[in-house]
Design a protein around this ligand. Structure first.
Ligand code: CA
Length: 519
């Protein structure tokens, strides 16, 4: 039997592929993340099955979709008696550990299971001096979360049994909202010159009503804390509360003719705005500056782990993965945040290096999703992939060995209809190599049993090659009715395969398409 490789799985929180220089956007520089890409493969079509933190993490650990592991929302925590990939690897002799963000619940029923060592942030966790929980309970740590999480990983590696392989999950909190950089990075990207996406002023025309309804706009929905700003004394009531009863307030839009005063929380620099467009661009630059500064710390700390592998002679025997629990909007469509099946939020960055099997400097556009990660780890460990797992091993894809199924589709389902912070609508759909079909089923009854409204359902169909920014919904375009029918068949096939329950009536949709074609 060949030697079982070590697996170092590094995952950040809300890190868009566009904010990794290996993806070529030119937005920022991530030399250490690029070391993984340069020494291995960059995946360009890796997708999340539910674009929020908690469900993505459950899918990664269990290799199952959220309707199966039942972690459908941020409020439905994992049952840690379920089998997971760490338990399988540990039973096969791996030393297993997880440090950093867990976000699958706390307490006996939800804390990490299957790990020899663990220390995790409660909930989202804090950037500075975070509390972390381990087997002995909560304890206050001192320092910056990204550094602390890496220190714990390095301590685990230093104390391990070198005769056995390891499976280490290093889960950063960064760059999650509220984007709090370490002071050592405050000089980066601070000149206010970051490129503004072409779709920043999107009017959401030709899209499902969910797009215009979402409260994820940089212009209107970011808080003072997100942007590192405060009000001058006496201005505590300027801006709406994030939610009634909350302490955080949103920085309001500027009103023509009225002066809005803002102060940089670190430097004390004061700003005045009267022009709404100028203020929107100022918010975009502040948001991106802080977001990219937190990523600089992630990149540095990934470098520390890679340096350790090099110094210990472990590089050749270790599969290193860098990914994020989902994508993130960086001003596209005027948004921050995620949740939607639109490309910026659906795409997970995925860089993988394994000199023994994966060609250096390779890329792939084959579709993979986060339910495929666990089967991939087991495949590389030489273990049987249990039948309950719904993903498939990515090994052939990564090693470019043999054909992968061109019919592969990524399935996505978001369940938190009209969540109180973001007002994002419930939807599901499939993306193949070219097209994307989304059904906004807008379930009036959410997963917690609360009625959230009665928006009528809507379909969206996008040609991701001709229309990469998804500005033109083709669902009602007769020229696309055959493509719609083909994508509907793929959606139905995928839902049947994974056992999810459809909210749409395919027969009725098909007869509508026939009428449309005949007309
Ligand atoms: Ca996340």
């Amino acid at each position: 039997m060949t030697k079982q490789p070590n697996i170092l799985f590094i995952m950040s929180d809300d890190h868009a592929a566009r904010a990794i220089s290996a993806y070529g956007s030119g937005l920022n520089s991530t030399p250490n993340l690029d070391r993984i890409a340069d020494g291995g493969m960059r995946l360009d079509n890796c997708y999340v099955t539910n674009s929020i933190c908690t469900p993505s993490r459950a899918a990664i650990l269990t290799g199952t979709y959220n309707h199966v592991n039942l972690v459908t929302t941020l409020d439905t925590h994992i049952d840690n008696r379920l089998p997971n990939v760490a338990k399988h690897l540990r039973a096969a002799g791996y030393q297993t550990a997880i440090f950093g963000k867990w976000h699958l619940g706390e307490g006996k029923a939800h804390e990490p299971s299957g790990f020899d060592a663990w220390s995790v942030l409660p909930g989202q966790g804090e950037y500075f001096d975070p509390v972390m929980i381990d087997r002995d309970g909560p304890r206050a740590e001192q320092g910056y979360a990204t550094d602390i999480i890496t220190d714990k990983c390095l301590d685990f590696l230093g104390a391990r049994d070198a005769t056995r392989p390891f499976f280490l999950m290093c889960h950063h909190k960064a760059p999650h909202r509220s984007f709090e950089p370490h002071p050592r990075h405050r000089h980066l990207y601070a000149d206010g010159q970051l490129p503004v996406p072409d779709t920043f002023d999107d009017d959401y025309a030709n899209r499902a009503s969910a797009a215009a309804a979402a409260k994820m706009r940089i212009k209107s929905d970011m808080t003072y804390k997100d942007l590192g700003l405060v009000q001058p004394e006496g201005g505590e009531e300027v801006g709406d509360l994030l939610l009634p009863g909350w302490t955080h307030r949103k920085v309001p839009d500027a009103i023509d003719g009225e002066v809005l005063r803002l102060i940089d929380v670190n430097t004390g620099e004061a700003y005045e705005f009267t022009d709404p467009d100028q203020l929107a661009l100022f918010k975009y630059q502040r948001y991106m500056m802080r977001y990219l500064q937190t990523i600089a710390a992630v990149d540095e700390n990934v470098g520390r782990l890679l340096d350790y592998l090099d110094a210990e002679g472990l590089t050749d025997d270790t599969i290193v993965i860098y990914t994020s629990d989902q994508g993130f909007f960086l001003g596209e469509h005027g948004w921050f945040d995620k949740r939607f099946m639109y490309e910026e939020s659906l795409q997970m960055p995925f860089l993988v290096r394994y000199p023994a099997g994966i060609a250096a400097g390779s890329t792939s556009s084959t579709i993979a999703t986060n339910v495929d990660f666990a089967p991939t780890f087991l495949d590389y460990a030489g273990l049987t992939i249990p039948s309950y797992m719904q993903g498939e091993s990515m090994r052939a894809l990564l090693e470019q060995a043999g054909e992968t199924d061109p019919q592969r589709v990524a399935y996505h389902r978001y369940w938190m209809h009209k969540d109180e912070f973001h007002n994002a609508f419930a939807h599901y759909g499939v993306r193949d190599g070219r097209y994307k079909l989304i059904y906004w089923y807008n379930d009036p009854l959410d997963q917690l049993g609360a009625h959230r409204g009665d928006e009528p359902p809507e379909w969206e169909l996008f040609d991701c090659v001709e229309d990469p920014f998804e500005l033109h919904n083709r669902a009602h375009d007769p020229a696309y009715s055959d493509i719609f029918a083909g994508m509907l068949a793929k959606l139905d096939r995928k839902m049947a395969e994974i056992g999810d329950v459809a909210e749409h009536d395919s027969a009725a949709v098909r007869s509508g398409l026939r009428r449309q074609t005949a007309a």
